[in-house]
Each structure stands twice: as C-alpha cells, then as structure tokens.
Design a protein around this ligand. Structure first.
Ligand code: G3H
Ligand code: 13P
Ligand code: ZN
Length: 307
C-alpha cells in the first residue's frame, strides 16, 4: 500500500469517533514494532519523526524504512514530521515524500504563528501534504494556577477559530494541560475538557493531543526494578485520553511510553543476562515490548479494526 495523507486518516477518525495513534520512531526496531502492531490490530497508524529523529537516523533512512513498511503492509499509514520548526526541514520532508507535516510555531505570538503556519500550508497543500499546527503551550497546569496564568498557557478557543480559518490547516493541536515526557503533573492530572470541547466546536477540524503518554506504572516499576531512576513519573490517565477522543481528538501522540518500555526491556535483558552482547538479543525484546504497548494503545484509541 502507498502512504496516505494525515488528512485522510484523521477525517475518517473524526467521522468514526476514534483516534489514530502517532507513534514516534527513531530507529528500525521502533518502526517495526509500530507497524507490526498496526497490522496485528488492523489499525491505521501515523509514523511520526521529529527533527531530532531525522538528525539521529538521517532522513533517507527514515523515509526508506517508512516506505518499505508501507509497501509491505496493507494497513493505511502516514509519514508525519512531528514538531517541525524549521521551514527548510519542512520543505525537505515534503520533498522526501512525507505525507503530513507539523509546523510548530506555538512559541511565537499569535500573528507570527498564523503567518508561519500559512506559509507552510501554501507549500504543503499544492504538494498534497497535510498540515498540523499548534496553539498554546504544552505545559502541565496545576489546580492552584490562577485563571490568568491558565489562559496564558492553554489554547484560547476564539483564537483557535480565527487561526484555523486564516491558515486552513488540516488539524490543530490545542494546549489543554498536557506536556511532553514522563513527568507531566505534580498534582492531580486534569485536562481542560471544556476548553477542548469549545475548540472543537469553533474550529470543526480534527484535534491532536500531544503529550498523551500515560506512563503506565507497570513499565516504570519494571524500569526502576532494573535501575532506572524515575521518581514522580506521571502521565495522562487513560480515561482522560478516552474522554478527549469523545470530544474531538482524532490523533493521539505517543513517544514517552515507547521510550520507557524500550528502556525497561533493555535494562531487564542486560541485568538478567550479563553474558549477552548480541544486539539482537538486547533490542529484540525491546521491539516486542513496544509492540505490546502500541497494540494496547490502538485498542484504547478505538483505531483497532478500522483498517
Ligand atoms: O515531541 C515529541 C517527543 O517526545 C520529543 O522528541 O526528543 O525526538 O524531539 P525528540
Ligand atoms: P509524550 O511525551 O506524552 O509521549 O508525547 C509525545 C508527543 O506529543 C510527540 O509529539
Ligand atoms: Zn508533541
């Protein structure tokens, strides 16, 4: 099968009230784990690569691996640039055949974010590539934060309405209280669901939940048992991810849970088998562990059986 656009996957998810997982890949094992899970679950999938992943693996390798995966597979998948910040890199990804790009100009003031995003849409759309953009800051928001501070960090739904109208992006990532990484909340996790629902109502586009890893205890416990130091690690509870999907989230970004499961598996192999030095015996179990996590996520997101 050829790679499909992000828009094709998200429009179907929006209609069907489920979300497609966007899983960050940095090497062959992670990519294979993600794609095999999609095949096993009969699920559409988004292969996400950040600028950091591209720097690490090389754009030729990322592109070739994703194209090989798509050719060998019969589930629909998109190749997506995650958190693109550099227009030259975005252009390069489009040239290399990415089918979806994110322009993350969320650190800029609104007018500049609109102008930058519009520039990317004008390059991507004629090439048949979908565009995702971001509004607000991906930062955990605690209960004790004032309304003014909250408003300064999280998405403003009225601004989102204008943003989508003027930029014509295909999808929008609104900041609603999640953040990247394994330490998302100091206190009780609680996303701003009212803001999310209002953003959906006013924009009408598929929404994207970044920072959606749940940081499952069984994984952090295993990693810690074998020496990892992750005190205070906390993610988005699974019920909250599901609730967000019910309110219009059609793409859920997961990286941290894959990183944690890889780390736990590698630590376990090395600790339990000190004689092992064959990379296949170290990275093979990590690939299996990621595969299990991705299959589980696909069921949670409701994308299983949708391919
Ligand atoms: O935003 C996505 C990632 O979790 C950060 O990934 O370290 O490849 O930039 P990166
Ligand atoms: P996590 O760090 O919660 O996995 O988020 C990943 C992400 O948003 C990638 O864009
Ligand atoms: Zn992100």
């Amino acid at each position: 099968m050829v790679l499909v656009t992000g828009d094709e996957l998200l429009t179907a998810a929006d209609k069907g009230k489920y979300a497609v997982g966007a899983f960050n890949v940095n090497n062959m094992e992670i990519l294979q784990a993600v794609v095999t899970a999609a095949e096993g679950e009969r699920s559409p999938v988004i292969i996400a690569a950040t600028e950091g992943a591209i720097k690490y693996a090389g754009i030729e390798y990322i592109k070739s691996m994703a194209y090989t995966a798509a050719e060998k597979s019969d589930v629909p998948m998109a190749l997506h640039l995650d958190h693109g910040k550099d227009i030259d890199m975005i252009k390069k990804c489009i040239e290399y055949g990415f089918t979806s790009v994110m322009i993350d100009a969320s650190a800029m003031p609104l007018e500049e974010n609109i102008a930058e995003t519009r520039k990317v849409v004008d390059i991507a759309h004629p090439a048949g590539v979908s565009v995702e953009a971001e509004l607000g800051r991906l930062k955990g928001v605690e209960d004790n934060v004032s309304v003014a501070e909250r408003d300064a960090i999280l998405v403003n739904p009225k601004e989102a309405e204008r943003f989508v109208m003027e930029t014509e992006v295909n999808s929008l990532a609104p900041a609603v209280g999640t953040s990247h990484g394994a330490f998302k909340f100091k206190g009780k996790p609680e996303l701003d669901f009212d803001r999310l629902a209002e953003t959906k109502r006013l924009t009408g586009v598929p929404l994207v939940l970044h920072g959606a890893s749940s940081v499952p205890e069984y994984i952090t416990e295993k990693a810690s048992k074998y020496g990892a130091k992750l005190p205070g690690a906390k993610g988005v509870p699974e019920e909250q991810v599901k609730r967000a999907i019910g309110l219009g989230v059609c793409k859920v970004n997961i990286d941290t849970d894959l990183r944690l499961s890889l780390t736990a598996a590698v630590r376990e192999v090395l600790a339990e088998n000190p004689e092992v030095f064959d990379p296949r015996k170290i990275l093979g179990p990590a690939r299996d562990a990621i595969n299990d996590v991705v299959k589980y996520k696909m069921k949670l997101l409701g994308s299983s059986g949708k391919a």
